[in-house]
Design a protein around this ligand. Sequence first.
Ligand SMILES: Cc1cc2nc3c(=O)[nH]c(=O)nc-3n(C[C@H](O)[C@H](O)[C@H](O)COP(=O)(O)OP(=O)(O)OC[C@H]3O[C@@H](n4cnc5c(N)ncnc54)[C@H](O)[C@@H]3O)c2cc1C
Length: 424
Amino acid sequence: MIAASFWQTHAGQAVSHPPLRGSENSEFAIVGAGIAGLSLALQLAEAGREVVVVEESVPGAGALGASAGIVAPQLVRTTPRRVLSRLGRDVGGGWLRLIGESGGHLFGLIREHGIECDARPHGFVAPARGADALRRLTTVVDEWRPFREDLTILDAADVANLTGTQGYAAGILDASGGGIDPVRLAHGLADRLVAAGGRLFHHSPATALTREQDAWCLKTKDGSVRAARVVLCANGGNHRLHPLLRETVLPMRIHELVTHPLSAAMRAAVLPHGQALTDLEHDIFSIRWIAGDRLLTYYPVAAHTSAAGIEAAVNKRLHDMLRYHEPFEIAHLWEGVAWMNSSLLPRVVRLDERLLAVQACNGRGIATNAIVGREVARMLLAPTSYNPQIALEKPRRVRGFALARHLPTVLLHGARTMARWSRR
Ligand SMILES: Cc1cc2nc3c(=O)[nH]c(=O)nc-3n(C[C@H](O)[C@H](O)[C@H](O)COP(=O)(O)OP(=O)(O)OC[C@H]3O[C@@H](n4cnc5c(N)ncnc54)[C@H](O)[C@@H]3O)c2cc1C
């Protein structure tokens, strides 16, 4: 298994920044240069405010750089109706508006800053199987209507023609989605942040946080920064920095793989219009094209499987799922860790009046955490006049954490095994 993702291996070096040494002062300090931290810091720096970002490694080293780079401005395993009934019109409606807006926001940010990250704003398709899929998805699109108008319902023939897949009964086409190279996106955002006056420190893991009278002091491996406000955007690293964040999020191990370049015939038969696709089944199927006519797909890999076994299994899967398939070789396979929370929505947690944390995003955080970063910046810049789109929450421990922390990975891998058995 390769530890670094395809993007982390191929994106080239980020502009190098030194580690934080000695003590610094800043109005704002942010931990983590993923999509949440960079989006937030860029907004603050562009507003002319002092901001320091400390990153354990380099921008895009975390879940962002391990991701499939799919821009999917959609809910995960829930519906607008359920979000509204659980959170109410104000808070639930705020989240739905933001998620609906998040794809356009991210591609807009990329355009506005001229970031070269192989942006493909060609749409996102979420198909489903089953006799009632068309009815179910039509209801979901209707529930979204008060918040967005860029979703189209697809019947079985539409899905097959648009995507080259087979066996789906219906789908949702989200015109605001698509794909990006997540590491080049991180590098681009980091460059713009520094150009706007933000200070970015590489290889500077935050190790401790201590409250001082009117500030927080953030210790890093070789230095410290004292800031009036701190935002933790370290994703799976947040829980090590504050006791109230312990046991609040669950890891989910995900494998992605990229093929060698594929033929023109395959290119024309599968997702010919360049959308990204992730289906709504438990046994998730996800594909997208990336630069060099390579296909990127998700596949759960058991630890003991050989490279040849993985290649055969992935080829079989694509053979089953696609109307046209040519055998391919895997060029790059990697594993990343996404972080989950029980609400199935991102969370912005208030630890005190000077300390916030942007929490886990359920495997769909690229577009969502970019817009959450923007909202947190707006909140910090104008605390009294901010019209809240996101509600600040209290940290919530996951019940039965010792067992629960294995559940997302077990369920993800188990779904594939169940699907294989049920088709025998
Ligand atoms: C394999 C995989 C595939 C995925 N595919 C998709 C997809 O296609 N589409 C999608 O929308 N989402 C996807 N996701 C989820 C998505 O990547 C995340 O939701 C999103 O990147 C989270 O962004 P973030 O900024 O919160 O965290 P991260 O990207 O993890 O950034 C956190 C940063 O904090 C740094 N850090 C950690 N601890 C410290 C510390 N103590 N001090 C300083 N820095 C620290 C890390 O190095 C990292 O750079 C995927 C996730 C995985 C793992």
